[in-house]
Design a protein around this ligand. Structure first.
Ligand code: UN1
Length: 502
């Protein structure tokens, strides 16, 4: 039985995007908001050979289309996203449980990414180099790479695919998308809109964008296929650790965006008002289910008591509830397993000597099967094994520090290296944190939190966070292959390094 209000929402989306009727069989999709059935996604055994072969055929055509014309498709897609922002943002919220403002923000992130990719489609620059030989010229050219496999997680069910797809498409590559099995409807909606853009653009090869829905073995088949040139995978470190060797074993290219265990240091000179707001959004936003969520807070001992008290009060008053209701800031966890691991982490924190504030289950009217929790602040004396691992729920470990070097060392003493931040008004501290001996993360911020990155920068992290870079800056290069060209326009044939031969 569909929840009446959700059923109406979803049905209207199906109308708008020409999706199949919900409940027509296949993979059943339940909303984390109240656990009820919201639809079904057609599913069956995925024939990966056939999907990759269609994509490969599309590649042979698409790579010949001039990049600015490929950009025209992405421009049209961005326009359709603008038109359907409300409906798609709502579907995202319904399917993954993030608050409406974040669901809409995710669609905005897709739109921004399209705009960025359209501009790029007239760039994709290579360099020229001075040749050591007279009458010679050297340059590099960037060519389309091939079929891109994209695996995404439930927490950003649309934007992370768009980071990849918008770049891949302008770079001349087809995309095969394996979304999280928890959020396939969003994937179908994104795909249906892209198909509408393709229809408008005309002359787009069949199979340029495909969605394959299914369990883990579908992702493995994508990783193993010799004709998948790039596998871009977002998810847990364990997922990356199991897929990366498979891709490396066949000399494929991998782009990994894995777990984070993001920290923030709050120095004595920090603007505490700003810091407090940044901490609350970064630690409790998206119910702690972002790879960039703030999980470890290092507070200088001189301001510890003051900040800790304010944080506790702020967390205690956060509106936890139905993410579709105006005013809610913290929605549900994705499922019961996430709730169990949240509880287990808090129990472990207590055994480790931590002092837990909040973290309890919250009952939400009309949502008895949703898993809602109050974000927790946990005071810890040190970084135990628990603090060093990522738990995908809103738990913020707070630790005190005495000197910045020691705080930076503790901050870096985890296996993950995704995002980080420092609150200070001291110029020297700021430069130190951003220097080679500062944060070891792919993202290092000052006076803003570690989450909520704009698309203009390259997004990704080091160490167990996977090493990949997606979205802005020169992340597009991962989706192309580089050819180095030397052209001889002299009448002679001098060899490099002065070698003489015939
Ligand atoms: C993720 O959680 O997988 O910086 C991505 C952020 C978002 C992306 C998060 N723009 O928090």
């Amino acid at each position: 039985m569909l929840h009446p209000s959700l059923a109406a929402d979803v049905a209207c989306l199906f109308d708008g995007f020409g999706l199949p009727e919900p409940a027509s069989g296949g993979l059943l999709v339940h909303s984390p908001i109240d656990g009820r059935l919201i639809g079904a996604c057609p599913s069956g055994e995925v024939d990966m050979d056939e999907a990759v072969s269609r994509a490969r055929t599309a590649f042979l055509q698409w790579r010949l289309v001039p990049a600015p014309r490929r950009g025209d498709l992405v421009r049209r897609y961005g326009a359709l996203l603008r038109q359907h922002k409300e409906a798609l943002g709502r579907l995202i919220s319904i399917e993954c449980g993030k608050i409406l403002s974040e669901g809409l923000g995710e669609v905005q992130e897709m739109i921004d990414m399209c705009d960025f990719a359209v501009g790029l489609s007239r760039q994709l620059y290579g360099l020229t180099m001075s040749s050591e030989r007279p009458g010679h010229r050297m340059m590099e050219t960037w060519h389309p790479l091939g079929v891109c496999g994209v695996i995404t997680a439930f927490n950003f069910p649309a934007a992370v695919w768009a980071w990849n797809a918008a770049l891949a498409l302008v770079c001349g590559d087809p995309v095969i998308w394996k979304p999280s099995s928890r959020t396939p409807l969003t994937a179908l909606a994104c795909q249906a809109l892209l198909e509408a853009a393709m229809e408008e653009a005309g002359e787009v090869p069949d199979g340029l964008s495909q969605v394959v829905v299914g369990p883990t073995r579908v992702g493995r088949a994508l990783a193993d296929h010799p004709d998948v040139a790039l596998l871009s995978a977002t998810g847990s470190t364990a997922m990356g650790r199991s897929l990366a060797p498979r891709v490396a074993g066949r000399f494929g290219r991998c782009l990994l965006e894995l777990g984070g265990n993001n920290g923030m240091i709050v120095a004595p000179s920090a603007d505490l008002e700003l810091a407090l707001r940044a901490i609350v959004f970064a630690a409790a936003g998206t119910a702690g289910q972002r790879c960039t969520t703030l999980r470890r807070l290092f507070v200088h001992e001189s301001i510890y008591a003051q900040l800790q008290a304010r944080l506790q009060a702020a967390f205690a008053s956060l509106p936890v509830g139905n993410p579709l209701d105006a005013g809610t800031l913290v929605g549900p966890l994705i499922d019961g397993a996430a709730f169990d691991s949240h509880r287990a982490a808090l129990d472990q924190a207590v055994s480790d000597g931590g002092v837990v504030h909040g973290g309890e289950r919250v009952a939400v009217a009309d949502c008895p099967d949703g898993h809602y929790v109050r974000p927790a602040v946990v005071e810890m004396a040190g970084q135990t094994a628990l603090v060093r691992q990522e738990n995908f729920s809103p738990i913020l470990y707070v630790l005190r520090y005495r000197n910045l070097d020691a705080a930076i060392a503790a901050h870096n003493a985890v296996r993950q290296g995704l995002s980080s931040s420092l609150f200070t008004t001291d110029l020297r501290e700021m430069e130190h944190f951003l220097s080679a001996s500062g944060s070891d993360c792919g993202i290092a911020n000052v006076n803003i939190g570690p989450s909520g990155a704009e698309i203009g920068g390259a997004f990704g992290g080091e160490k167990d966070s996977g090493g990949g870079r997606e979205a802005g800056s020169d992340a597009w290069r991962a989706y192309m292959r580089r050819a180095t060209n030397t052209i001889n326009y002299s009448g002679d044939l001098p060899l490099a390094q002065g070698v003489r031969f015939v």
